[in-house]
Design a binder for this molecule. Sequence first.
Ligand code: FAD
Length: 379
Amino acid sequence: MASSLGARASLCVPAAGDASSRKSVGSKAHNLRFHDQRSVSLSLLGRQTTKPGSRPQQKVLCLSVQQASQSKVAVNPLELEDAKEPPINLYKPKGPYTATIVSVERIVGPKAPGETCHIVIDHGGNVPYWEGQSYGVIPPGENPKKPGMPNNVRLYSIASTRYGDSFDGRTASLCVRRAVYYDPETGKEDPSKKGVCSNFLCDSKPGDKIQLAGPSGKVMLLPEEDPKATHIMIATGTGVAPYRGYLRRMFMEAVPTFKFSGLAWLFLGVANSDSLLYDDEFSSYLRDYPDHFRYDRALSREQKNRNGGKMYVQDKIEEYSDEIFKLLDGGAHIYFCGLKGMMPGIQDTLKRVAEERGEAWDAKLLQLKKNKQWHVEVY
Ligand code: FAD
């Protein structure tokens, strides 16, 4: 699934965070349509996703990588479109919602450095959210800094639309990288210092309980007033999570209140092709919506930039800087999500490009922020 361009779809089955539990449906997956996929029924929760009066939908859950087709997937309940404001902090860390893990799927290939998992959580429709928001997760156990107290909450960007991977508004997905600690002297992994929450999530099993807070965050909400707008999305690693939600809403789901006809342009930076996240899903949009989707990958350990150095997202931004600047001048939104360390290099590149164009970057940035075109969520 992490292979870069293969037209392959993976169906998520009740998993144990183990690549062997992934099920590939083969290389002819481009022939698959959602209609067909609905016949692949996974009764993970033993319930129908169909609501009375809605279009019939079988018990399909957790199709984490799917082939898009021009015939989009019906979603429900459409009341999730009704609110004028996004839900915020419905559950606080001190009074979390107890949700259930549906599946955990390793979504990187064997040559990826580190592990990233796609985790589907059943919130029963009780913790609704909008695309671009985050959930708080309170890992079990005692806070090492405050004995007797629960662990601190950790935030995770939600990687699904408000309808979830099951299209019924009852689940949410996270894209979690397992945080491990390498001793700087020996270079060896030190398991005593592994990240608490990310390891809890990646090791969890279907049926496990999980304490959720949130949803939170407004900065990465997808502005939908103009369906013809341009959205330039820059991600490193798991920073792609909110964009997966945006793109499913734009290209995969039949949402009567949002018919996207603009341009979505994704820049994704990862180490190598085995580390690509949701690549099959994004590639299918490229195939089905070539006038509305662009997708550029920066593989730092596999590709070289024009100076012979490693290829980072900022090198891709530089490559397309003329177009990007023109789109920004035309009102495009630009989003940055991923590790904090991505921003200085990107800001330097944008500043340099602006200066080469005879523009003052600081003033331009101020204007972009003022116009609400500039969206940053880094961690
Ligand atoms: P912690 O236990 O908090 O440890 C933090 C780090 O310290 C780890 O790398 C750990 O290995 C290291 N460490 C532990 N002990 C020691 C020690 N003694 N000495 C030195 N180092 C040590 N993450 C994602 O994977 N996906 C997302 O979509 C995502 N979205 C986010 C959105 C927001 C808005 C924010 C703020 C953060 C997001 N994060 C995301 C990051 C996430 O919240 C956590 O910070 C991350 O998973 C690490 O948490 P942890 O509990 O696993 O690690």
